[in-house]
Design a protein around this ligand. Structure first.
Ligand SMILES: NC(=O)c1ccc[n+]([C@@H]2O[C@H](COP(=O)([O-])OP(=O)(O)OC[C@H]3O[C@@H](n4cnc5c(N)ncnc54)[C@H](O)[C@@H]3O)[C@@H](O)[C@H]2O)c1
Length: 436
């Protein structure tokens, strides 16, 4: 079925109870865009989340995900979409897609507790013939060794015979205006060939291009390769930036020149550190799985050492810059521009702004921040003062550090504003600006 927001809530064939083509479990940066794409394709979609706040917000028409505007939520609701914390909706679903977080534990190890919890919730409610999909990023073996046994034991049903189990990694890129759910090719893998066929039939309703992998472990590994590739290449340009700084070479010009090669070179940008829920986290899943198999991923640990050094390099550069004006960090007013982990997103998870702020506070700087999408920024429980009046804040700060070049920042204006500016993104120009 294709087309606009046409479908309404349905009823289970025969029983008269409400039914859904799809229940999306976990309505975050991944689950909500998926639910929106499915609704737009005419699928009767229900969202299930453990957060009463998320559910209440969506019920009131408010989106908490930047890529899904409130207008889309209104269209989804008009098409019959509901969000709920009531797990019994799973018993009505033809397809269940798990989009729950896969973060790290305190010890920095993979934390599959949300995946396990979601599978335990779904298992006793699974109906024969249902399709279950895991989209969360995780290490090879998660679908077969973690999700499958929970679903089979809890339901008394068998994968490939009574229900179908698929792994299909999400590739959403928050803030990307060109690629979204529909036009990003999607990897589909099944525990059995029949499971994969069901996965293809489901995603074929709203995704343009599908790629079937040999098995679930290949699909899980492909996702980890994609993000580890970014992580390692960012580390390479970060290290090149550190070396260029030592040698007095303009790294941004180096990158510009190398980037003109039309083959064999993919451009990556150095920056203040790697943030977000995926790029710094996913390599940990790979390293952990490798360790358990007696294998060492040397490139990943080397990349981590470089990437984790970047925030302290920013603090060092800040101290040098102020020192050039006869000041110390202690007592200086430092304004951070953009504390989100990425340009034009409101998400601060794993943002390098945390260790940078920690480093500045440790040297008794007075830190404040500006970020249009981040209403509250707390570091180790301490709220960092937010400024809304950018122009005023620029004139009163002793040092301004551009951490994210959000599109709201006029970089020409910023460069010529007369403030002492440290640009960690290399986007400003002029002799008044110091780059990373
Ligand atoms: N954010 C991205 O850019 C991105 C991109 C690709 C893949 N991924 C992967 O997708 C997965 C989800 O990431 P996200 O960014 O959407 O996370 P998120 O934190 O934005 O959203 C997860 C949602 O799941 C809910 N939740 C947690 N446990 C639950 C449970 N047991 N049952 C129901 N709901 C539950 C949370 O309340 C939250 O609303 C992760 O594995 C992540 O690595 C994320």
């Amino acid at each position: 079925m294709t087309g606009g927001f046409a479908a309404g809530a349905g009823h289970d064939r025969g029983t008269g109870s409400p039914s859904a083509d799809l229940v999306v479990v976990g309505l975050g940066y991944v689950g909500l865009p998926l639910a929106a794409a499915a609704c737009a394709a005419g699928l009767r979609t229900i969202g299930l989340d453990v957060s009463a706040e998320v559910v209440a917000g969506l019920g009131a028409g408010r989106s908490h995900v930047g890529d899904v505007p409130d207008a889309t939520i209104a269209e989804m609701i008009a098409a019959g979409f509901t969000a709920t914390t009531a797990a019994d909706v799973l018993a009505t679903a033809d397809t269940i897609v798990l989009c729950v977080p896969t973060g790290l534990s305190e010890a920095g190890e993979p934390d599959l507790s949300a995946v396990r919890a979601a599978a335990h919730t779904a298992a006793p409610r699974l109906r024969p013939g249902a399709l279950v999909v895991l989209e969360s990023t995780s290490h090879p073996g998660t679908t077969e060794e973690v999700v499958r046994p929970i679903l089979e034991r809890g339901s008394g049903l068998r994968v490939g015979e009574d229900f179908h189990l698929v792994y299909s990694p999400e590739r959403i890129d928050p803030g990307n205006e060109r690629f979204a759910v529909q036009n990003t090719p999607k990897i589909i893998s099944g525990c059995t060939p029949l499971c994969a066929k069901y996965g293809v039939a489901f995603y074929g309703r709203f995704v343009d291009s599908l790629v079937v992998s040999r098995g679930t472990r290949e699909a899980e590994m492909a996702k980890l390769l994609e993000n580890s590739y970014r992580y390692v290449n960012i580390a390479l340009v970060n290290e090149v930036a550190l070396f260029c700084d030592r040698m007095g070479i303009d790294v941004w010009d180096v990158l510009h020149c190398a980037g003109t090669k039309p083959f064999g070179f993919a451009p990556f940008q150095p920056g203040p550190g790697v943030g977000g829920h995926c790029i710094p986290v996913d390599p940990r899943y790979l390293e952990s799985k490798a360790r358990s198999a007696g294998f060492t991923f040397g490139t990943l640990s080397a990349a981590r050492a470089v990437n984790e050094r970047m925030p302290s390099h920013v603090v060092l550069r800040a101290a040098e810059l102020l020192g050039g004006r006869g000041r110390m960090l202690s007592g200086s007013r430092v304004l951070l521009l953009g504390v989100a982990y990425k340009r034009d997103v409101a998400d601060t998870r794993e943002s390098p702004a945390y260790p940078i702020t920690r480093g500045l506070l440790a040297q008794a700087a007075e830190v404040s921040y500006h970020d249009p999408g981040v209403a509250e920024f707390r570091v180790d429980g301490h709220p960092i003062p937010r400024t809304l009046r950018l122009a005023e804040a620029l004139t009163s700060a002793d040092l301004v550090i551009l951490l994210q070049d959000h599109s709201c920042y006029d970089l020409v204006e910023l460069s010529s504003s007369g403030c002492l500016l440290l640009d960690t993104r290399g986007k400003s120009a002029g002799t008044a600006v110091t780059l990373l």
